[in-house]
Design a binder for this molecule. Structure first.
Ligand SMILES: O=CC(=O)O
Length: 325
């Protein structure tokens, strides 16, 4: 251990338990998440000025300016997530701390989940499963199960056409959907129609899929006006972050029948899920699990370890996160 770079591990283990045995001969991991102590007290036992890196994920600790302040020698932060809204990136920039993320490693799995939630919601797969299990097996009145909606031919608006959004577009195009998108900037490399207004996009679409990052500009990008513009038959999929949707308004609109349904992998105040959603058959829920496949986690372990190794051998990070000006 002596002489190895100290890496403070924040948040729940997830892939950390696979990563650490592979790299424990190269790094001295300090597992604050396994301790009952508060972070401040934990750090008091580990000489904070000797800690140069953090390993974290989106489901654990928020890496605020206050947390960063506890670590005067911090030079690297590796998050095993595509999203970075749990990190104060401005403070990282100010302090000259480099940040590495998941890059596009989860994009295919997250896109699969977006499509899964959409098909499940529109074709009522989970609802049908629940319904059938409550029926008498030999005598179920199958004709009474309500009709679903056809996916092929639907207008799908993707909000955020980064690597996840592109994977969603590719998949849904092959299902016969018609794709348009909203994003920070119009892309010169794609032919899908761009719509600069989310309300306008909602007006012309049957489905919205949220694939953008959560930041000051995108918080509550889906508000009541957008939901009403999408309309009573409309469906929203969120595999981005819960804060992209004004959740209270979504719940209200679902209860009032102002929108057709939703497929939600993320929630505004995780791990809390609004109780009302559990009662709704037109809503499909998932516990922020879109990125979680055994394969993507093994890949992520290697990537996180690779970023740590690159940094400590003075090489460029493999998947650097751009820090804001
Ligand atoms: O939510 C998961 C991620 O950001 O990778």
């Amino acid at each position: 251990m002596k002489g190895l770079p100290k890496v403070l591990v924040l948040g729940p283990p997830l892939c950390f338990s696979s990563l650490q045995p592979l790299y424990s001969h190269k790094f001295h991991f300090l597992n604050s998440h396994l301790s009952d102590l508060s972070l401040q007290h934990f750090l008091q036992l580990h000489h904070p000025p000797s800690i140069t890196a953090i390993l974290c994920d989106a489901a654990g600790y928020s890496v605020t300016a206050e947390v960063l302040h506890l670590l005067p020698s911090l030079r690297l932060l590796v998050t095993i997530s595509a999203g970075t809204n749990h990190i104060d990136l401005r403070e990282c920039r100010r302090r000259g701390i480099q940040v590495a993320g998941a890059g596009a490693i989860f994009s295919e799995d997250v896109a699969d989940m977006a499509v899964g939630l959409l098909i499940d919601g529109m074709r009522k797969i989970s609802a049908a499963d629940r319904w059938l299990r409550t029926q008498n097996h030999h005598n179920a009145p199958w004709h009474l199960f309500p009709l679903g909606s056809k996916l092929s031919g639907k207008q799908v608006g993707i909000i955020g056409l980064g690597s996840i959004g592109m994977e969603v577009a590719k998949r849904l195009e092959s299902f016969g959907c018609i794709i348009s998108y909203n994003s920070k900037h119009k892309k010169t490399t794609v032919s899908y129609p761009f719509c600069s207004s989310v309300v306008e996009l909602a007006t012309t679409c049957d489905v919205l899929v949220l694939c953008c990052e959560l930041n000051e500009q995108t918080k509550h990008i889906i508000n009541r006006e957008v939901i009403l513009a999408l309309g009573k038959g409309g469906f929203i999929v969120n595999i981005g972050r819960g804060g992209l949707i004004d959740e209270k308004e979504l719940v209200k609109c679902l209860m009032e029948g102002e929108i057709g349904g939703a497929g939600l992998d993320v929630f505004e105040n995780e791990p809390r899920v609004p109780q009302e959603l559990f009662e709704m058959n037109n809503v499909v829920l998932s516990p922020h699990a879109a990125a979680l496949t055994a394969e993507s986690f093994m890949n992520m372990c290697e990537l996180a370890g690779g970023n740590l190794e690159a940094f400590f051998s003075n090489k460029p990070l493999i998947t650097p996160v751009m820090l804001p000006e």
